[in-house]
Ligand binder design. Structure first.
Ligand code: SF4
Length: 328
């Protein structure tokens, strides 16, 4: 097998081959993240899902709680997304809900609206996979924490036309598992494996510490050694695998993907008096002695003799200010 090059940058992405369509849309903030349920039949020690979501049957679109399919569509429209990533917990625990959401996204935004889904594969029966595909799912990423779940990869390849691959975290000691998953995906006919930098967050910190993992002070919120382990696996894959392998750094999610999504949301959903900033926030002002009249920060000069307060918030529905500036 010819050796292939590892391309990219350890803060954005390291890739052998190419990234999936789902990842390419995620980069510029074009994917809405639909957290369909916090329920999951597995309990991985490294699970990064926050305590207020894991094990709870809650639905979010990006940072917003939603209570109906209609509200999901509204949030996706607000972002101006071209695709969605359906995640959890395990979305297949709430299979009917997942199916309804996929159907509704496709009928509202059209066939070109790209949808990918993450699942452990525990509940991925042949019938479930065919239904997901027939209703519009484009890409599926298995997180095969148990060898028995791997047969779902082969069902998805044989019975559907979806892009099929795997997504697992990587850290010191997991290189062997990662290589095995890459070889299994290749053998079963899948086309990609995503290696996520292992996150070190409040919800998994104790569990990771008890297993000897620690936070990397140079790469905050990640497990020390994760990048090094990823590079080892990528180098091995460049000589021993023919499928696409992609390492996704945690800092990419936080600083690039989320900021790009916020920037897009801010421009798409701004009210007439709000001004988007390069950081993905919105700024506006209020004239306090005119009944808190909202004005654009560009018009402050027109209210010289009035009491003005400036606000800045993320483009969330509540517009809860993250910064108040001094009254002028
Ligand atoms: S399968 Fe995924 S969501 Fe479920 S416990 Fe493991 S890491 Fe968390």
């Amino acid at each position: 097998m010819d050796s292939r090059k590892v391309l990219g940058d350890d803060k954005v992405a390291l890739v052998i081959g190419k990234m999936t369509k789902g990842c390419n849309l995620c980069f510029p903030g074009l994917k809405a993240v639909i957290f369909i349920t916090g329920l999951c039949g597995d309990s991985c020690y490294y699970c990064p899902v926050s305590n207020d979501r894991f094990g709870k049957d809650v639905v979010y679109v990006n940072e917003e709680v939603v209570r109906s399919v209609k509200e999901i569509i509204t949030e996706v429209e607000r972002q101006g997304a071209n695709g969605a990533s359906i995640t959890g917990g395990d979305p297949l625990v709430r299979f009917e809900r997942t199916l309804r959401v996929i159907k509704c996204l496709k009928s509202t935004f059209g066939n070109s609206f790209h949808i990918h889904l993450y699942t452990s594969g525990r509940y991925a029966t042949p019938d479930a996979l065919v239904s997901l595909w027939k209703n519009g799912l484009d890409e599926i990423r298995f997180h095969p924490v148990d060898n028995r779940y791997k047969k779902a990869i082969s069902y998805a390849v044989k019975l559907t036309g979806m892009d099929v691959g795997a997504e697992i975290p990587i850290a010191k000691g997991l290189e062997g598992w990662a290589k095995e998953v890459i070889k299994d995906v290749e053998r079963l006919g899948g086309t990609f494996v995503n290696l996520n930098e292992m996150e070190f967050v409040e919800s998994n910190a104790n569990s990771l510490l008890s297993r000897g993992y620690d936070e990397d002070v140079k790469r905050p919120f990640t497990v020390k050694g994760s990048l090094k382990a990823a590079i080892k696996v990528l180098e091995w894959a460049s000589k021993n695998a023919s499928i696409d392998v992609h390492f996704c750094p945690a800092s990419f999610k936080d600083s690039i993907q989320t900021r790009n999504r916020f920037r897009r949301l801010a421009v798409n959903d701004r009210r007439w008096y709000e001004k988007p900033t390069p950081y993905g926030t919105l700024k506006w002002a209020e004239v306090l002695d005119m009944g808190r009249l909202k004005i654009s920060i560009d018009d402050i000069y027109k209210y010289k003799n009035h009491r003005i307060k400036i606000y800045e918030s993320h483009p969330t529905r509540s517009r809860k200010p993250i910064v108040y500036e001094e009254e002028l």
